[in-house]
Ligand binder design. Structure first.
Ligand code: ADP
Ligand code: ZN
Length: 528
């Protein structure tokens, strides 16, 4: 490698090649650090401008920047976009035929590539490694670096093998980038990728133009429709659903309601998926209804909303998915409808998973953090930022709890009533039920199931008639979020926890969130 590159080269490339006037945030420092040969670990939210952090050093340093990315489907697009800027880019992955591959390899060997995108599994093959040995490598960029995290939601086993980069090419600088930002993930990335000497760059994770809203779910599709018609008519956006079936149903429903929507999930034919993705990127005002299989690496600046019809598994997932809204900086909405059934379903998935005890505990902890975000009475954004290691933020004024503060109320008695109902069923009858039966008992409903089990004879029957069904469901959600109750088994039966005891014995006050307005919270037109 020749000469010590200087920063003016970087600024020059920024203007001349990319056409931008200034670096954003930490970009300049990161770029200079990597140009100087240092390793870097970059945590930056989606849309923050991570790509330039390795693209510019790759152009300034001698040789080819090798970019490891799990997003094979997007490599062609990324390379095309770079080529239109005059950057000499290529990729190697399993979608290519042999001729294309040979041509790219030759270009690399001839020193005619500025950037080479490779899939992690490809990089780990001896053939590719021998190829890289014969050319000049400017740097390694490891994109979506959180894929190395075994506890994360995007774990890719091939990423673990990337620790060999340092051993095989110790003199080549490495830059790992991710939009996932908890300290735990950051440490895990540093350890697993052997980035012990890397400088850490952590951008603020605040996305001020995104308005966060979380509503209790009662009739999800009607609520979604109201949200779309009322605030995002004609806008492009993403609606996330948990299952493929609900993706299909929701897309059909929206289309039938006159809202142009396309389904996207891993069960669809690869060609259909590619077409839908391309249409979403190019056409205006399309709604993509998708499982979380959709979205990583999608660069569409004008996504005006991200709606969740089911509860994300973790705050990380929620942040990453909602982060796809408003990359152009214009007002956008992150809207989530969540209900008791979500908790039951997620617990069921966790309990039924193949993972070992540690895995299930970890998944449960992630879910609990998500529930706590849903049930918070304070600013959602401040909670999110605190979760990502930026505590102490002021109330933002642009989330539902700021705009329309929920009252908190002393739910101790309600909690006691509910928990004692669960307790009595279990102790006096040896029975476990889901939330619905306990609510029926408390409000004193004479249902068939109540009669069948003679639940009207329980002393708690009818003692909760002061609250309505929906209010009881909110009580149960909050008991779950607070760990005062838990769900188990296939039928979502409720069981007491150690902490329940304290409430039952009167030793603990339970404050609860009261939804501001039951039907349709009025809100300022922040997203107009
Ligand atoms: P990330 O990978 O972090 O999600 P990208 O690298 O795709 O983000 O950048 C997001 C958008 O911001 C892109 O459209 C990119 O061209 C633009 N961008 C990045 N850096 C700058 C800059 N310094 N000035 C202006 N626009 C920028
Ligand atoms: Zn707020």
């Amino acid at each position: 490698m020749t000469g010590q590159p200087t920063a003016p080269g970087a600024a020059d490339v920024l203007h001349r090649v990319f056409g931008y006037r200034e670096f954003r945030g930490d970009q300049r420092e990161i770029v200079e650090h990597v140009i100087g040969g240092g390793d870097a670990l970059v945590l930056m939210p989606t849309g923050g401008g991570k790509s330039l952090c390795y693209q510019i050093p790759a152009l300034v340093r001698a040789g080819t920047g090798v970019v490891v990315s799990p997003l094979i489907a997007l490599m062609q697009d990324q390379v095309d976009a770079l080529r239109t800027l005059g950057v000499r880019a290529g990729f190697l992955n399993s979608t290519q035929d042999l001729d294309q591959r040979r041509a790219t390899e030759q270009a690399f060997l001839d020193g005619e590539l500025d950037l080479l995108y490779v899939a992690p599994e490809g990089l780990l093959t001896p053939g590719t490694q021998r190829l890289l040995d014969r050319g000049t490598i400017a740097l390694f960029a490891i994109d979506e670096a959180h894929c190395v995290s075994q506890w994360g939601h995007d774990f890719r086993p091939d990423y673990l093998g990337l620790s060999m980069l340092h051993e095989r090419w110790p003199q080549v600088p490495r830059i790992a980038l991710t939009a996932t930002a908890t300290t735990a993930t950051r440490d895990e990335i540093a350890t697993r990728l052997r980035l012990t000497q890397a400088r850490h760059f952590t951008a603020s994770f605040d996305r001020p133009n995104i308005q966060y809203r979380i509503v209790p779910k009662n009739e999800p599709r009607r609520q979604l429709l109201e949200f779309l018609r009322g605030e995002h008519a004609g806008d492009a956006g993403i609606v996330y659903c948990l299952s493929r079936a609900s993706v299909e149903r929701t897309a059909e429903f929206l289309t039938a309601q006159g809202i142009p929507a396309l389904p996207y999930h891993a069960g669809l034919d690869a060609r259909v998926r590619a077409t839908h993705q391309a249409r979403f990127l190019r056409e205006e005002g399309l709604v993509m209804v998708a499982t979380i299989a959709f979205g990583m690496g999608i660069d569409k600046p004008d996504v005006r909303f991200v709606a969740h019809l089911d509860l994300p598994k973790s705050v990380e997932g929620y942040y990453q998915e909602t982060g796809r809204a408003g990359r152009d900086g214009l007002p956008s909405t992150a809207w989530l409808a969540y209900g008791l059934q979500d908790v039951v379903q997620q617990r069921k998935l966790i309990d039924g998973s193949d993972g070992d005890l540690a895995f299930r505990r970890n998944a449960a902890a992630h879910l609990d953090a998500m529930l706590a975000l849903c049930e918070t009475v304070s600013c959602r954004r401040a909670r999110l930022l605190a979760y990502f290691g930026q505590p102490g933020a002021d109330a933002c004024g642009n989330c539902d709890t700021c705009l329309n503060p929920p009252q908190s109320w002393d739910g101790t008695v309600a909690a006691q009533k509910f928990l004692s109902c669960v307790w009595r069923l279990q102790r006096e009858r040896g029975q476990k039920f889901g939330a619905g039966q306990s609510i029926d008992i408390l409000v004193g409903k004479q249902t068939e199931k109540v009669r069948q089990f003679r639940h009207e004879e329980l002393s708690v029957f009818g003692v909760g008639a002061d609250l309505r069904d929906a209010e009881w469901r909110a009580v149960v959600r909050q008991l779950l979020a607070a760990g005062l109750l838990t769900v188990e088994g296939d039928y979502g039966t409720l069981v007491l926890t150690e902490a329940s005891d304290e409430v039952l014995r009167g030793g603990r006050q339970v404050m609860m969130r009261r939804e501001p307005e039951r039907v349709r919270p009025s809100r300022p037109k922040a997203a107009a």
